[in-house]
Design a protein around this ligand. Sequence first.
Ligand code: ZN
Ligand code: ZN
Ligand code: FE
Length: 762
Amino acid sequence: MTSVPLVAARHLTVTGVVQGVGFRPFVHRLAGRLHLSGWVRNVAGTVEIRLEGEPHQLDAFERALHTEAPPVAQIDTVATVPVEAEGTNGFAIVESEDADTVRPVPPDVGICAACEAELFNSADRRFRHPFITCTDCGPRYTIIDRLPYDRERTSMKQFACCPQCAAEYAAPDDRRFHAETVACPNCGPRVWFEGADGGGRADGDTAILLAATALHMGAVVGVRGLGGFHLAVDATNDAAIRRLRARKQRDAKPLAVMVRTLADAQSLAHVSLHEARALQSSARPIVLLRPRADTRLAASLAPGLDRIGVMLAYTPLHHLLLEAADRPLVMTSGNLSEEPIAIGIDEGRTRLRPLVDAFLLHDREILSRCDDSVLRVAGDHEVLMRRARGYAPVPLRLPVTAPQPLIAVGPHLKNTFTLVRDDQAFMSPHIGDLEGLEGLDHWWQAYHRYRELFRVEPTVAVRDLHPGYLSTRLADDLGLPRTIAVQHHHAHIAAVMAEHGVTTPVVGLSFDGTGYGDDGTVWGGEVLMCDLAGYRRVGQLRYSALPGGDLAVREPWRAALGYEALAGGHLQAFALAYYGVPLSLRVGVQQQLERGVNSPMASSMGRLFDAAAAVLGVRRHASFEGQAAMELEALAGDQHAPPLPFPMSEANGRMQLDPVPLLTALGEGRQHGVDVSLLAARFHESIVEAAVDVARLVAGSFGLDTVVLGGGTFQNARLLTRIERRLRESRLHVLVPRALGPNDGAISYGQAAVAAWRMAHE
Ligand code: ZN
Ligand code: ZN
Ligand code: FE
């Protein structure tokens, strides 16, 4: 029998999201359990571990590192090197070394089950403490000032630990061992209630009770949360919701609801296993669910739609408020319309006073603004519609190393930006629209914060092709030595390619509302043959005029008018589109179109959905972009339907899909009394059929085997899953957005991928 050395030693380097997530305490506990000695420390974004002990215990350690890691940790790689045994004793957490390199900043983490149990346990010393956290949960990104992540570099620094909390922080077997956010009723932040005018202040439990009482009475309460303010109202009170909508100037856009438990969510909506997992994930996003027929929720939450956004309470404060209110609460971002959410106490008081009746406030500063994330489950995967809290600022990889650090400024609506250093892409949380000073201010604040946090000093700015966008001005204002412009629909496809690590040529179906085309027209229904360097536009929706330009987004009948003009005008099939539109207005717009005044040519898939909704008499005026498309999807449901004619022809060396026969068939069907939901389903199926045909044709003629789906239209779950399945059946590889959403939130990452690739290959 050969003898095994009694003691061996190893040095491990762990990369990924491994700092600020309770990783070192976990390693400490694990080493203790396996009788291993050594140390663990954070070094420049990685965790280094030195271990000494019996070889089989060392093996067990490496296995457990993966299987037992804290819920929020994401291990990318573990590099193991055998080292000389030194006969060490005990195990230590060695202090952070502040090296000058990029470090991952952990995202905010929803309250964990252990903390939730303590919160409602009257015997626990943190019973009803609104700021209970541990190494597994609590705020991170939104309270971090600088790195490395230690209490004195967060907004918890003003709350000096009491002796009991300090003892827990120092005790290796405690759940709060090295928890930077540890706090209790003696030493933690405070919560209070006050009227909109600042009067009637009450603290602690009374504050929560008063807020709940106000909500019962139909009041709008401004709640300072994790990444900013929410506006809360009783989600079962229709009048209260209407009041909130009027004050917030948000007349139809769906409002999200927060509940305390999964069971509460299930009482309001149908929740699949996958949706339950998403709801309960540590990111706690808003998940779009199908409401139950007997739901208690007010109808005005999401008028005309078949989905409501639901999230679970993600902070202890939310838990206490929901328990006291004992009903689902609307929790919508604390802002006016599309402005950025308020975060500071004084900012909240000033900006939200006209919107609220009262405030529920706390004194833990929010250093970074972060909206709630939104996703839906389509088929067997999650589609992110907004990537923010719980996801940002975890970096994404690029499939290419950028020779110089860069900043991709993103699109002008649904903006995010992406900072790149080497192959690390630090994408900002959702910023919103860059229209107006508030939006631009928010952009600059977030940009400076990111630059400092991740220590990236960009020398290259990346922007959209459009010369007039505010985002383009932003890129100029950065004053960097070099600027690179990237076409919008190319960026959509590049984002999905880069996310999947694909750099070879693909067929891209880039379907969305609008983006600036390289011929000066408005694009949005594009078939590209592309790689990361560039693209060739090999197919498109047939151009039609959009009389009024951007106005058409709010007035779907204008898109219908543009298509009708292609057929010579005055088609009986289009008649429903103008019902209720004053004749004088219609004639005026018609003349505008004929003279070509402010009537850009567009190939937009989003506007095609608008035109279809108008022709079907479903919607002629929209209060937000995409409303008509969402309603058509809701109407279509998952009913089976054959496609309608949507012919493809070749023009100027490019495939062209002609929507006129499709819209005509829809209008005629509707006027002959065909069920509108069946027609909505047939409309969807027509697009599926055409998309699959054109993708197969292009793939075949250029010898490509991969099709990439990108653009906001793919938030439509029916389109996404049907096109994906049909293409797979044709033996094509299909890449769909996963780590990022399909919409413009992904544009900055796509811009970054294209620019990095071009710079690396010049
Ligand atoms: Zn916890
Ligand atoms: Zn304490
Ligand atoms: Fe887009």
